[in-house]
Design a protein. Structure first.
Length: 90
């Protein structure tokens, strides 16, 4: 769940996330016209992009952060952990 400013109005979104474990050699194919390509990130690169860039749209970053928390890549010892988790689980 997160709040966003959409054309001057508050827009609240709820995202339902599901983990789908895939084989290491799985390669998705973009064929729906909405996605140009897929790219595999290692955890370090992913965490760097999320914390230091705006490479991902807000709704995508929320899902990625939730996954990082649930899988232990972000832990309570990290600076800002509690407010971050609170902000994505309102």
């Amino acid at each position: 769940t997160y709040n966003a400013n959409y054309q001057g109005c508050c827009k609240r979104d709820v995202l339902f996330c599901y983990d789908l474990e895939l084989p290491v050699d799985f390669e998705p194919v973009p064929d729906d016209g909405e996605v140009e390509c897929f790219e595999r990130y290692d955890i370090d690169r992913l965490m760097n992009c999320i914390s230091n860039t705006e490479e991902f749209k807000t709704n995508c970053a929320v899902v990625i952060i939730d996954w990082l928390v649930r899988h232990g890549y972000l832990s309570p010892e990290e600076p800002g952990y509690a407010p971050l988790v609170k902000s994505i689980r309102q």
